[in-house]
Design a protein around this ligand. Structure first.
Ligand SMILES: Cc1cc2nc3c(=O)[nH]c(=O)nc-3n(C[C@H](O)[C@H](O)[C@H](O)COP(=O)(O)O)c2cc1C
Length: 219
């Protein structure tokens, strides 16, 4: 493996403290959004956010992810219809009572109009192995963990660009995979709804754990 010179980021303590504080307040403004206007997002912004996700670290640099962005109204409508049918299964036909109860605070609805009206749906997939051009099977190490990190970076990049998101995970996503004709070797990971939110809207009243609850410092 050949090596190349790399120049690190500048680190100036005071500036870093200010930047980290600014980032903290920017990130604390992120909320999962379930209401979207019909305003369209420039594909360049979506592509840049996906490229940001693509810069994520991954086990053995296998980059096991695939991000499919959908802005086609017809496809979004079909994804909405298929998802709502899946929601009907989840909530009505074969409900998992505990799961449904745990979601009560979100006031979930089976209707998902945002899947149709938000500007973009970004479908995230990963695969556990890759067949190389030489027909060799390569294992993708920590494929799911790597894709989780990349998706976090995607959501961050969109949020910092002023785009609101919802991580949406219907229990089964194979139907979307079939609709988009994605190779079966990929495993559906999640659907990120990306759009422009209205100026004001309701979100569930939730509390994030304090720093003391989520961290320990050994010095
Ligand atoms: C992996 C994952 C799956 C989620 N799935 C759904 C979902 O299917 N539907 C939904 O409305 N919200 C979903 N959410 C959003 C969570 O409900 C939300 O992140 C949580 O309530 C905290 O709210 P916040 O994102 O506004 O901080 C999901 C979030 C994550 C990280």
């Amino acid at each position: 493996m050949s090596l190349q010179k790399y120049t690190k980021n500048t680190y100036q303590e005071q500036q870093a403290i200010e930047t980290s504080q600014k980032l903290l307040s920017l990130y604390r403004k992120r909320r999962s959004t379930r209401f979207f206007t019909d305003q369209k997002i420039d594909q360049k912004i979506i592509n840049n956010a996906i490229a940001t996700a693509g810069s994520a670290p991954s086990g053995a640099n296998r980059q096991p992810w695939l991000f499919c962005s959908v802005s086609c109204p017809q496809l979004k409508k079909q994804i909405r219809q298929l998802s709502e049918a899946e929601e009907e299964n989840f909530y009505v036909k074969k409900p998992n009572k505990q799961w449904v109860k745990d979601l009560e605070f979100l006031h979930p609805k089976k209707e998902k109009p945002y899947l149709e009206y938000a500007s973009h749906l970004i479908l995230v997939f990963y695969k556990n192995q890759t067949i190389t051009d030489e027909q060799e099977i390569q294992k993708n190490y920590y494929a799911k963990e790597s894709t989780g990190i990349a998706t976090g970076m995607l959501i961050s990049a969109l949020h910092l660009s002023g785009v609101s998101t919802l991580t949406y995970t219907p229990r089964r996503m194979k139907f979307i995979q079939e609709l988009l004709e994605i190779d079966k070797s990929y495993i559906p990971f999640m659907l990120v709804v990306a759009g422009i939110a209205p100026e004001e809207f309701d979100v569930p009243m939730i509390k994030k754990k304090d720093l003391e609850q989520i961290s320990k410092h050994y010095h």
